[in-house]
Design a protein around this ligand. Sequence first.
Ligand code: URA
Length: 209
Amino acid sequence: MRQVHVVDHPLVQHKLTLMRETERSTQGFRRLLNEIGMLLAYEVTRDLPLEEHEIQTPVAPMRAPKLAGKKLVFAPILRAGMGFVDGMLELVPSARIAHIGLYRDPKTLQAVEYYFKAPPDVAERLVIVLDPMLATANSAVAAVDRLKERGCRELRLVCLLAAPEGVERFHGVHPEVPIWTAAIDERLDSHGYIVPGLGDAGDRMFGTR
Ligand code: URA
């Protein structure tokens, strides 16, 4: 219960610092998010179950492990969650994608759903929710609410940066969903931004501000 994995791998920490820098270009920011996505995918899949298969190498038959069970699902929360998808698919090309469209009402900071499309058998799969910035956690809580309503039971959350308030709120509602993040920053400001953070992740990756 209430597991938080801070991925302190030097490559992740270095790339995160580059992303925080104000002068980082849109192109650079996007590329770094992709690369960190790949590294976080490696960590979040570390304990996936394996099963033995009979295979034939060019030299001899052998029993060797392959991933067991159904393909996993990456569930990016639109739009910033998309920044992780390409990097993660590089590592897990057979994964399915569930798009969850939520935006943050700037006045209430509440998550408003405008789109949801997941594989029909999503409830039978491990679902990894992608939300780069766990700030108020309203979006992540709402996304996991929606996935649970559709029967999902095996869920994980990957973010790039978290605020302590976001972790507390997320685990207050979904204590059994483990979190992977590259860092937990100091706090939220009065606009719901993570401090020191990196600004608006969506705007920085899509060049919309
Ligand atoms: N979303 C962002 O993109 N940045 C923050 O700091 C908080 C929420």
